[in-house]
Design a binder for this molecule. Structure first.
Ligand code: F6R
Length: 253
């Protein structure tokens, strides 16, 4: 089932998610952490870094990677994960994985699945949500049982991510992404969303029908999901009052 925690703003959400992750880490210092790139999770990484926990035994797996960027491009997710997550958290670079965009693309998806399996599976996966309801880069219409695969980015996603590039033309059109089925294999999922522009997607994902048109709605099928959303992202939820009443005391950071 999904626990929905509504927080006043993005930073409170980061603190709440970091607290959940720290609790898992204290039980399992070699936990396998699934990381999302993008803006929304940034306060999670800074809150976690501020806790100064020993994360040197943690393995990390990114959700996705762009294709067709030159190796070492600063906006490749390998570079972003290293800069924004691995360095601040003190992760061992050898234990940090992104799908290999430079490898033979016939093998890269299954190699990534094998690497996740070899690490013992993902204990906690952090996921953001696209304005169009994507998770990872599983755009509307993606299979809800899909595994890691090569995919095209939706036009909306390329426009949204153009802020990281000099122009829209430079945003890759292809990616390699964990499939929705891969994401659902994680033992626990933390969905984070912030801002009014995510409100429709959040409502569709948490309260709408489970449908390939909103890949994030597949999270409803997972037994252990915590959705941490700020007031703006929660503004279209029909049952917001119910979630507020059901939140365990102290959860809403
Ligand atoms: C990133 C990813 C995407 C983002 C989503 C939200 O690895 O898989 O699904 O989580 O596009 O991005 P932000 O947080 O930048 O709005």
């Amino acid at each position: 089932m999904t626990d929905v925690i509504i927080v006043p703003h993005l930073h409170a959400g980061g603190a709440a998610a970091a607290t959940l992750l720290a609790a898992v880490l204290s039980q399992k210092p070699d936990m396998v952490l699934g990381v999302a790139t993008g803006s929304t999770p940034l306060p999670i990484w800074s809150a976690l870094a501020a806790m100064r926990l020993d994360m040197s035994r943690v393995s990390a797996f990114a959700l996705d990677e762009y294709l067709d960027l030159p190796p070492g491009h600063p906006e490749s997710y390998a570079a972003v994960v290293h800069r924004e997550i691995a360095v601040p958290l003190g992760l061992n670079p050898r234990k940090v994985h992104t799908p290999d965009a430079q490898a033979d693309l016939r093998d890269a998806p299954s190699a990534y699945e094998s690497a996740i399996r070899a690490a013992g599976g993902i204990d906690v996966q952090v996921v953001g949500i696209g304005r169009n309801g994507h998770i990872g880069f599983n755009e509307p219409g993606s299979s809800l049982s899909g595994r890691t695969h090569i995919a095209n980015l939706a036009a909306q996603t390329r426009r949204d991510n153009a802020r990281f590039f000099e122009s829209l033309d430079q945003v890759p059109t292809r990616c390699i992404t964990q499939g929705v089925g891969t994401i659902l294999d994680a033992r626990r999922l933390i969905l984070v969303a912030s801002g009014r522009r995510k409100a429709d997607a959040v409502a569709a994902a948490l309260e709408g029908p489970v449908t390939a048109s909103v890949p994030a709605s597949a999270l409803q099928l997972h037994p252990d999901v915590v959705a941490i959303v700020d007031e703006d992202a929660a503004s279209r939820l029909s049952f917001a009052d119910h979630y507020r009443m059901s939140a365990p005391h102290g959860d809403a950071a």
